[in-house]
Design a protein around this ligand. Structure first.
Ligand SMILES: Cc1cc2nc3c(=O)[nH]c(=O)nc-3n(C[C@H](O)[C@H](O)[C@H](O)COP(=O)(O)O)c2cc1C
Length: 206
């Protein structure tokens, strides 16, 4: 494990789910959920589909903020309903920097250090420039939150596999259905049930 701040230690080479904020060259902000991997206490790696806004923004502007947030609703909005991402959840330090997420317990300001472009994905190495930690106690995810976070990840991948790989598409659908059954049967969490409703509506329109 390595120490990122005195109260936050991470496993190297494991994936941590975050909201990453970036700016386009025209200074429009973007929020997206991504998985980040710590390579050391100074360096973070990201593997991003070339088609995403985040990939383009990192290539062209080279700055981002990595927001550690325990908020399932914000993950849903950033992944699947970006037009309605609540602006009230954002805070700005300056118009030249991507916004932060207000209820993040840790924000890392990062700068692109290296880029390796591959056929479908780009690998970025990001250097940590500064850190803002808030000592706030947010509830950790409960099991139904983890199940729904995984479901949201699957949902972002469904359109890719729909065209290309019927077998992978069917197995993603099965995993989604299983998670939905679990949450319906076991969850009493208001947030989980609200996000479950959003997911069901999203699936109806898929
Ligand atoms: C928790 C979570 C983690 C994700 N991690 C990644 C990732 O590491 N790389 C990636 O390309 N997409 C990842 N996605 C999917 C992107 O968030 C999704 O494609 C999103 O639409 C990209 O937004 P953008 O085009 O605004 O950048 C993840 C989704 C979720 C919900």
């Amino acid at each position: 494990m390595v120490e990122i701040t005195p109260s936050f230690r991470v496993e190297l080479e494991e994936i941590y789910e975050v909201l990453i904020t970036t700016l386009s060259p025209e200074k429009h902000y973007n929020v997206a959920p991504m998985g980040v991997i710590f390579r050391s206490d100074q360096e973070i790696e990201l593997r991003i589909f070339n088609t995403s806004n985040t990939c383009r923004n990192l290539q062209h502007v080279g700055k981002a903020r990595i927001n550690f947030v325990n908020d399932l609703f914000l993950f849903y909005k950033a992944a699947l309903d970006k037009q309605h991402f609540p602006e009230t959840a954002l805070s700005w330090k300056s118009p030249d920097l991507p916004p932060g997420i207000k209820n993040a317990w840790l924000i890392l300001d990062v700068q692109v250090h290296a880029i390796k472009k591959q056929r479908e994905m780009t690998h970025f190495v990001l250097k940590i420039i500064s850190k803002q930690e808030k000592i706030i106690r947010t509830a950790p995810f409960c099991r139904s939150h983890y199940k729904l976070l995984e479901t949201i990840i699957h949902l972002t991948r469904l359109p890719i596999f729909k065209e290309r790989d019927p077998y992978e598409f069917a197995s993603l659908k099965e995993a989604i259905d299983e998670n939905i059954r679990y949450v319906r049967a076991h969850s009493r969490s208001e947030t989980a049930l609200c996000v479950l409703d959003l997911i069901l509506t999203y699936l109806d329109n898929f």
